[in-house]
Design a protein around this ligand. Structure first.
Ligand code: SF4
Length: 322
């Protein structure tokens, strides 16, 4: 498989009154063609900051301080604003967290999707309209409803429109950032099923950002688990479930109810996430880890490959294997 996106040693920091918050540090992963990567972790772990860094949407007092982001071989962090503008719809697009904010209430949904097409591709209005209708059909909305305004749709349908819009210029990579937030459980499931269906049908590469571990394990090919600004484990979904290596990943799985095994005890993770301002250089999970030992409080574990395509950042493996 070919990597569509490669992120290497990405670090994004924020200046705060209390010091530098290392919101994302040394994050590395790739997304292959037609692959769905789940980026998962608790609130504030840096998932959205990773997405915003990839999209170059980090604003002062934040800054991408190190690393590279290659999309089909082009370094997004070095691209000019105009290059980025053309890449953003044609190669890379976003399904936003809240379609209410993404859709302009004074324009029809058709006009908004057509505008995205006409701004980025040389096509006639007639062709843009035909494509808009096809896109709406693709997300399960009657193409003739292109003349409707956002307020005429339910939350779930607005989210479908946002998905259609993200696909307007046939991107290769789509980032879905908690795109079912605010929807009821049934609609969430429908929207997620739609994203999965489109990914398969269009051979899309997708980064699915979520804190919903069961959902991510159900539909993603590969999972990156973040804790306090770092990826602590990255592996195929099968390995994350059946050959979990990092103590945080294990704790996260144990803290998540399993609907297929309702008798399994749910064990919450003790303690709280460290403050990212002036965080010491050591394992960020050490205050909550049941396996922590001296070294964990003094050194930072390297994010390294523990078996083919399976990465983890923990000293235990090294200590056990000598
Ligand atoms: Fe736990 Fe140490 Fe591994 Fe960190 S490095 S996860 S504290 S065992």
């Amino acid at each position: 498989m070919t990597a569509v996106l490669t992120v290497e040693n990405l670090s994004t920091f924020f200046k705060t009154e209390k010091g530098i918050a290392r919101a994302v540090e040394n994050v590395s992963f790739s997304v292959e063609e037609g692959e769905m990567l789940g980026l998962i972790g608790e609130s504030g772990c840096g998932k959205t900051t990773v997405a915003q860094s990839i999209l170059r949407l980090i604003e002062f007092p934040g800054k991408v301080v190190a690393g590279s982001v290659h999309l089909n071989g082009r370094d997004l962090l070095k691209a000019s604003d105009s290059e980025l503008d053309s890449l953003r719809w044609k190669d890379l697009s976003v399904i936003p967290q809240n379609a209410m904010n993404a859709l302009n209430p004074v324009y029809t949904i058709g006009d908004q999707i057509m505008e995205a097409i006409l701004l980025h591709e040389r096509v006639s209005k007639r062709e843009a309209l035909a494509r808009t209708k096809t896109l709406l059909e693709l997300v399960g909305i009657d193409g003739d409803r292109w003349k409707s305004y956002p307020h005429e749709f339910s939350g779930g349908m607005k989210q479908r429109v946002a998905i259609a819009m993200s696909l307007a210029c046939s991107p290769k990579l789509v980032i879905s950032d908690e795109s079912t937030t605010g929807l009821d459980v049934l609609t969430q499931a429908q929207v997620i099923a739609l994203i999965k269906n489109l990914q398969r049908k269009m051979d899309l590469s997708v980064i699915l950002i979520s804190h919903d571990l069961p959902m991510v394990t159900a539909i993603c090919d590969k999972i990156a688990i973040m804790y306090a600004g770092k990826i602590v484990e990255l592996a195929s979904t099968e390995d994350i479930l059946n050959d979990t290596r990092h103590p945080y990943s294990k704790a996260l799985l144990q803290a998540t109810p399993d609907l297929s095994d309702p008798d399994r005890e749910v064990i919450s993770i003790p303690g709280s996430v460290p403050n990212l301002v002036n965080i010491p250089q050591c394992c960020r999970f050490h205050t909550r880890c049941a396996f922590a030992f001296d070294r964990c409080r003094k050194e930072t574990p390297e994010f390294r490959e523990v078996k083919n395509g399976h990465f983890s950042a923990c000293f235990l493996e090294e200590e056990e294997n000598g």
